[in-house]
Design a protein. Structure first.
Length: 348
């Protein structure tokens, strides 16, 4: 059986975007409080735990204390999430993107992926125009987005494309005050070594430093991980540390960044946990993600690093296995929301 395919219809003009908005939202956003940031909160993949997480976040008084909030998505999806979560409907303001089909709970579908792509395009356009100050989105499912026709490896590259941004970008992950970035991300492990270059290692280090500074860390201390076991042991078990990573670290230091390494990946997070570093640059996805998720106990956050606008999300997935059960932990989306608020205040 061939996989289901449904292509989303891109929003190509501001007029189209405004027609998709619930009456009064854009007017309200112009009159919103100058004291608090305005955060766009997207419900995420409707087949996962996202709507439940958004409802649980809005049920906490602290959310309204920190920011004015516009929920992005279909009000019916949000209300179903509130019912699943067993929390009162907070009756938020909406930037509407209506669902065009029923989405089965706990399953990746092209219809849900198309809804996600339409909603993100609407959200990023609203963010780019300054009608919201930051975007926080509940977990997405990359398979569903691909089924819907997305050609991007992940949402970060989709955001960059929507914004017309050609500069370096990298997912920045946060857990317990420790920030990490990675030189390679959503690629096969067999491709990692050839994708690591001195320019990419330097660019990822510089970007992590810059994002940390944007969050209020004046002089970030950054450790750079090795690729090979024991940092290559002087070339005995790999030479990337000598030919690629160390020259990139030296270049970062010459640029005024407090960077060090390459350090063995199996010990670098032990030092980071003790507070020796503010950030760690890893070489591939799981090198940092496994450590962060062990350290973070479900509170990890991902920042879309490098983009000209603040975008954050929980560092976990759609959790299809528990979707619809009302047991999803909102800790990570609360952290993502607070990080976005801090980034907006820092930019202001």
């Amino acid at each position: 059986m061939q996989p289901e395919t449904v292509n989303y219809v891109p929003i190509r003009s501001r007029q189209q975007a405004e027609l998709a908005v619930w009456p009064g939202v854009l007017v309200w956003s112009a009159k919103r409080s100058m004291r608090k940031p305005c955060i766009g909160l997207f419900v995420g993949d409707p087949s996962g735990i996202g709507p439940e997480l958004v409802a649980k976040l809005l049920a906490t008084p602290r959310a309204a204390e920190l920011a004015d909030i516009v929920v992005i998505g279909d009000p019916r999806t949000y209300r179903a999430g509130a019912q699943t979560a067993g929390v009162p409907d907070a009756r938020p303001r909406f930037l509407e993107c209506l669902q065009e089909a029923e989405y089965p709970t706990g399953k990746a579908t092209a219809a849900a992926g198309a809804f996600v792509l339409r909603s993100l395009e609407l959200a990023v356009g609203t963010l780019e125009r300054g009608e919201i100050d930051a975007l926080v989105y509940a977990p997405l499912n990359k398979q569903a987005m691909r089924l819907a026709g997305s050609k991007h490896p992940d949402e970060l590259r989709f955001f960059a494309d929507l914004l017309g941004f050609a500069g370096p970008v990298s997912e920045i992950n946060i857990s317990g005050g420790l920030w990490t970035s990675r030189v390679t991300s959503h690629i096969p492990i067999s491709a990692v070594s050839r994708e690591i270059t001195a320019d990419k290692v330097y660019g990822t280090t510089e970007l992590l430093c810059r994002v940390l500074q944007s969050a209020g860390v004046a002089a970030p201390r950054i450790a750079v991980a090795a690729l090979n076991p024991h940092a290559g042991e002087g070339g005995l078990v790999g030479t990337e540390e000598i030919t690629v990573i160390r020259p990139a670290v030296e270049r970062a230091r010459q640029a005024g960044i407090d960077a060090s390494g390459p350090w063995p990946a199996d010990t670098i997070f032990v030092a980071a946990k003790r507070g020796v570093y503010d950030g760690v640059v890893t070489m591939y996805h799981d090198q940092g993600q496994i450590a962060l998720k062990l350290l973070g106990s479900g509170r990890g956050v991902t920042v879309a690093g490098g983009l000209p606008v603040p975008i954050t999300t929980p560092a976990h997935g759609t959790a299809f296995d528990i979707a619809g059960k009302g047991i999803a932990d909102p800790g990570a989306i609360r952290e993502a929301f607070e990080v976005a608020c801090r980034m907006v205040r820092r930019r202001s």
